[in-house]
Design a binder for this molecule. Structure first.
Ligand code: IDP
Ligand code: MG
Length: 151
């Protein structure tokens, strides 16, 4: 299994509701390693670049208003197959369809307030990480617990 890095954003509702800890805890508890972390007030330019694939969709304007409405917490997490690991821990886009035990099922009700973003493919992760993190903001380090997480 290949080591990957992926982008996680605790959206404004997650920060406002005091769920940064519980959300990041679930990823940490799985064994994923945080290698980048910061609080960001999102500019409309960054929001538009991040969500460029959704331009023209009915929910696009509302989505940009949502993501720029209050600070977000952005993290880069690393682990084996991290992209898929994180997506499956996050759950389906609509909390209504998210499996119990996933973050969106356990903490959210509305597709327009679904708490968290996670990159959907390795190429997306590379593009998004470059968008949100500058040179030197991601930190490579060893964890003493790694031999208890990885065979
Ligand atoms: P994802 O976040 O699970 O990858 P996408 O389809 O990429 O889902 O949509 C990006 C974000 O746009 C969603 O997380 C959600 O915040 C918002 N969104 C998607 N579909 C709708 C919708 O039908 N109504 C309102 N917001 C939506
Ligand atoms: Mg998406």
């Amino acid at each position: 299994m290949a080591m990957q890095r992926t982008l996680v954003i605790v959206k404004p509702d997650g920060v406002q509701r005091g769920l940064v800890g519980p959300i990041l805890s679930r990823l940490e508890a799985r064994g994923l390693k945080i290698v980048g972390l910061k609080l960001v007030s999102v500019s409309s330019d960054l929001a538009a670049r991040h969500y460029a694939e959704h331009l023209g969709k009915p929910f696009y304007e509302g989505l940009l208003r949502y993501i720029t409405s209050a600070p977000v917490v952005v993290a880069c997490v690393e682990g084996t197959s991290a992209v898929q690991m994180v997506r499956s821990t996050v759950g389906a886009t609509n909390p209504l369809n998210a499996a119990p035990g996933t973050i969106r099922a356990d903490f959210a009700l509305d597709i327009g307030r679904n708490l968290i973003h996670a990159s959907d493919a390795p190429e997306t992760a590379d593009r998004e990480l470059a968008l949100w993190f500058g040179d030197g903001e991601l930190v490579s380090y060893a964890r003493d617990t790694d031999r208890w997480v990885f065979e």
